[in-house]
Design a protein. Structure first.
Length: 170
């Protein structure tokens, strides 16, 4: 990961706790963990996005560039960099993210799905942040309860060895 930066105002730094399959829907979930409080934020994502994140977590390079690899090459090709990613909002059970790209002294925030932003951040070795309000909204909307209702899954996520979580298979 790039040199540590202070979290943008109103955000907390998060790490990827792991990728799991939701037992009720068979959809992948990327689980982010607040490094300060250990709060978990589950984000349901698509199969292809889960594969892109899993490849990034494992540091696996594909023979041909995938979309996130191509995007990073384009960003770097114009002498810019992905400085960080922020999961910025939760509206009607849909998460929103921003990819912060810096070129010289100019910084732009680009709207993104969280799964794409996370996959790109992994490749760019950029830090991940979540607005505190997103954790609060997820708790209010019941998204964390949805994960929490699966008590065995929640317990497993909290106690899992990082090696158990890095082996997502399609």
């Amino acid at each position: 990961m790039k040199s540590p930066m202070a979290p943008p105002e109103g955000t907390v730094i998060v790490e990827i706790k792991g990728l799991v399959l939701d037992p009720s829907s068979n959809l992948p979930i990327v689980v982010l963990r607040d490094a300060e409080s250990d709060r978990l934020l589950p984000i349901w994502i698509g199969l292809f996005e889960a594969q892109a994140i899993a490849l990034g977590l494992e540091g696996i390079e594909t023979p041909r560039p995938m979309t996130h690899d191509l995007l990073l090459r384009l960003i770097e090709g114009v002498q810019a960099e992905v400085s960080h990613v922020v999961v910025s909002d939760l509206i009607d059970n849909t998460f929103f993210a921003q990819i912060h790209v810096r070129r010289g002294q100019v910084q732009e925030a680009v709207d993104s799905r969280p799964s794409d932003a996370i996959a790109l951040a992994l490749r760019a070795e950029a830090p991940l942040f979540v607005h505190r309000q997103v954790f609060d909204k997820a708790e209010i909307s019941g998204l964390t309860d949805r994960l929490g209702k699966q008590e065995r899954l929640k317990k497993w996520l909290e106690d899992a060895d990082p090696e158990d979580l890095g082996k997502y298979e399609m």
